[in-house]
Design a protein around this ligand. Structure first.
Ligand code: CS2
Ligand code: MG
Length: 415
């Protein structure tokens, strides 16, 4: 099964996406998500200038060999750009292999281990009343697990809190990557101000209000988004124990893996880390010492279906479950790939699900579905996603950057 052509499609239906499209000589088309929010063009170049010439005329059926060739053959290993490129090639080849077999990808991964993947949605509010409305709206939309993000008194903007329907979708859509401000000669990241003490004082009161309104059963998640020191994270994990979270995510920058030992010593609140990780080596201490409970990487960033499967199989050895990243900057192609793994792996935990906008779904024709709180990839052969190249051409790339955080004194801080 020879690779006849491969092209990188950059499109921006509401937000930027990078998609690799591989076509075999017998006309099978495979898609791979190569979106790296805020650094999209770096991955396009890595693919177009350095990878596609190497796989041209290659054997599309040799997925593992192609992965190892691109990983080891580059000499310079790992990193978000390299692994997003490898992820896209890998995912596209799995899409092709499943289409050639006429079966949905999850059947190639061992078949279904569950009826559907429990999803969690993003509730947010600038204040508690608005947050409670958002939780109610997500329950009405069918979610059975919900992430809680809220404004902090004294701070103008906070990660995860929609202040407008920036993504072109519903009120609660949150698109952190901001395009160039109209008329500016070059796009610059917006600057947000952060105050950890205000955050640590406020958050327990928010969970108290949500539990009082919705009861003790509803699985609640929260994303700390990398901005606490280990002892601050330990303090928050402890303070949130009465509210029985499903997980506290990115409580501290995860690359300092040993820091999780300190947090683990102080709290039983489950921990999730890894959406910014791109290889199993980013996790080795975290997994071997059971310092986390959920692995957050996405298929798009962790080496594709091949890389993600290896990571999840290792995590499963230590009783650690999946919690794959699924905001709108994971494209519908990346989301579909996650859902096939979610259905098949034994150590599935939960799937993040931020609905893409109608504009995005004009370009990406999906077949996965969401019902009764569960996601399913569908039984369409392959990934079950098509990309409308004519529609894609209608949405040219627009430079966009994620915000940068600064403390009140101006010091750069983790966003
Ligand atoms: C967030 C992401 O969904 C999450 O857990 O951490 O929205 C993250 O901010 C974006 O993916 C950054 O591009
Ligand atoms: Mg996160």
């Amino acid at each position: 099964m020879r690779i006849k052509s491969a092209e990188v499609i950059v499109t921006s239906p509401g937000r930027n996406f990078v998609t690799l499209r591989i076509t075999t000589e017998d006309g099978l088309v495979g898609l791979g998500d190569a979106t790296l929010n805020g650094r999209e063009l770096a991955v396009r170049s890595y693919l177009e200038d350095h990878v596609l010439p190497l796989i041209a005329d290659g054997d599309a059926s040799r997925i593992e060999d192609t992965w190892q060739y691109l990983y080891r053959g580059a000499y310079w290993r790992r990193g978000p750009v390299t692994m997003a490129a490898i992820s896209a090639v890998d995912t596209a080849l799995w899409d092709i292999k499943a289409k050639a077999a006429g079966i949905p990808l999850y059947q190639l991964l061992g078949g279904a281990s569950r009826t559907g993947a429990l999803a969690y949605g993003h509730a947010s509010g600038r204040d508690v009343p608005e947050l409670l409305d958002s939780v109610r709206a997500h329950l009405e939309a069918g979610f059975r697990a919900i992430r809680i993000q809220t404004g902090i008194p004294g701070l103008d903007s906070v990660y995860g809190v929609a202040t407008s329907s920036a993504g072109g979708g519903e009120r609660y859509d949150y698109e952190p990557a901001r395009r160039a401000t109209a008329g500016s000669d070059r796009p610059l990241p917006t600057v947000e101000t952060w105050d950890t003490r205000a955050y640590l004082r406020h958050l327990p009161t928010v969970f108290e209000a949500v539990r009082a309104e919705f009861g003790p059963e509803l699985p609640l998640l929260h994303d700390g988004h990398h901005r606490m020191t280990p002892i601050e994270a330990a303090r928050l994990g402890k303070a949130l124990e009465p509210y029985d979270l499903f997980w506290l995510e990115d409580a501290t920058p995860g690359e300092d893996q040993a820091a999780l030992r300190l947090i683990r010593q102080h709290t039983t609140t489950p921990l999730a880390i890894g959406e910014v990780f791109n290889s199993v080596y980013d996790y080795t201490t975290l997994l071997h010492e059971r310092l986390i409970d959920y692995v957050r990487s996405a298929v798009t960033h962790a080496g594709g279906v091949t890389g993600m499967k290896k990571l999840l199989d290792l995590a499963g050895v230590y009783g650690i479950k999946s919690g794959m990243h699924g905001p709108t900057d994971i494209s519908p192609v990346g989301m579909a790939a996650a859902l096939h793994l979610d259905l098949a792996v034994h150590n599935f935990g939960i799937q993040e699900y931020m609905k893409h906008s109608e504009r995005t779904l004009e370009v990406f024709r999906t077949s996965y579905w969401f019902k009764d709180g569960l996601l399913h990839p569908s039984d369409t052969p392959g990934l079950g996603v098509d990309l409308d190249t004519e529609a894609a051409a209608r949405f040219p790339y627009q430079p966009a950057y994620l915000p940068v955080n600064r403390l009140r004194d101006g010091t750069v801080h983790d966003w």
